[in-house]
Write a protein of this length. Sequence first.
Length: 276
Amino acid sequence: MQIWIGTSGYSYPDWVGDFYPRGMRPAGMLSYYTRQFPLVELNYTFYRPPTVSALATLADKTPAGFRFLVKVPQTISHEGRPDDLPSFRLAAGELARRGQLSGVLLQLPQSFHYSKGKLDWLAWLADATNDLRPAVEFRHRSWARPEMPEWLESHSLDLVSVDAPDLPGLYPPGWVQSGRRVYVRLHSRNAPNWYADGKERYNYFFADAELKEWVNAAKSAAARTDEALFLFNNCYGGQAAVNARRLTELFCERAEDWTVIAPFAETTPVQRTLFE
């Protein structure tokens, strides 16, 4: 099993001075990031559809082997409008052409409840993005049904596991999978802040004991898993980068039958105040 670890996004001003060296400008962030992690999840594409040239420019700043996960625009995932799908496919396809696309993420809103009509829509979207390795993250608990993993696998959709508060109506946390690849998004366990505005939802630092739960889960699922992706979305103040680095260490410390993918660029010394 291959283990890939990264963060949800990388261009955050409040990471400067903690994760990024002081004085670093946004233009230099991705190159620095690639010296720490082997993949990144692009979140900006949720708010505005990417262009071919924009994703090509990002790819040009990364070493061979580095991978991207690209979030589907909210016009598709939240508004159900297909207008942006052709241009999104072209843009994500540029990364696929370069061998750097790990997949696309369809994050659905909590208002998206299970129904026959919603299943039909998912099946249509899965068919429309099949060549881009789509994954779906449910937010509403109604999708936590025993038959869903098999249905998703039949439509070549990866089921996203979440680390989030176990709240009524919210999709339950924990390891789930619909095929031989697992996609984990670690958000927060801060239940009081989950419905807060802005970044407070993701203002959370995962303790070692919490991270080890995922290491143990990976060990239990190793026989049925080829690849596991762990993306930290607790991006408030650089906590995601710290936790991603620590999870990498915890996986490396375990002498198991897995390969932890290292950064593809030369690693620079890390900040002791964060990582040691």
